[in-house]
Design a protein around this ligand. Structure first.
Ligand code: HEC
Length: 133
């Protein structure tokens, strides 16, 4: 009996850890949602942001796909030819788990592509898109 209750407790702990504690990606989305005060995030808007060509940034980086590639599940490439791991969470599960890294690259890449920082709404949409990829 004692053994069985230990096993039961272990299973309950496992289920709790899977359901009740949000991961860093969910935390980030919650932060963006609070800042955006919008009507939720949309993967379709995120995809549009990802593939759209902007004219406000640097001429050699008109879109996110310039470096990250058209296929979210495939490798990207920097302008200097360095490989970038796929941005799809299904292929690179470690993606977007370090909030400081996410913020650093959003800032840098949005400035290069759009000529300005991305809004919390845009960040949330884009993350929602790649998390579902
Ligand atoms: C000039 C090339 C380039 C462009 C253009 C670019 N990126 Fe990136 N991006 C990188 C590199 C390099 C990294 C860091 C290496 C890595 O994470 O594999 C990165 C990382 C990121 C990360 C962090 C990933 C993580 O695992 O935390 C985010 C978020 C991101 N990019 C979003 C964007 C968005 C949104 C756009 C378009 C507005 C964009 N990038 C355009 C090169 C680029």
């Amino acid at each position: 009996m004692k053994h069985r209750s230990i096993v039961t407790a272990g299973i309950i702990a496992m289920i709790l850890s899977m359901t009740s504690f949000a991961g860093p990606r969910e935390d980030l989305l919650a932060q963006y949602a609070a800042a955006a005060k919008g009507s939720g995030f949309s993967a379709a808007r995120g995809e549009a942001l990802h593939t759209q060509s902007f004219s406000g940034g640097k001429p050699d980086t008109p879109s996110c796909t310039t470096c990250h590639g058209k296929d979210t599940r495939g490798a990207g490439r920097t302008l200097t030819g360095k490989a970038i791991e796929p941005i799809a969470v299904s292929v690179t599960p470690t993606r977007y788990t370090d909030p400081a890294k996410v913020e650093k690259w959003f800032k840098r890449n949005c400035t290069e592509v759009l000529g300005r920082e991305c809004t919390p709404q845009e960040k949330g949409d884009w993350l929602t898109f790649v998390i579902g990829q």
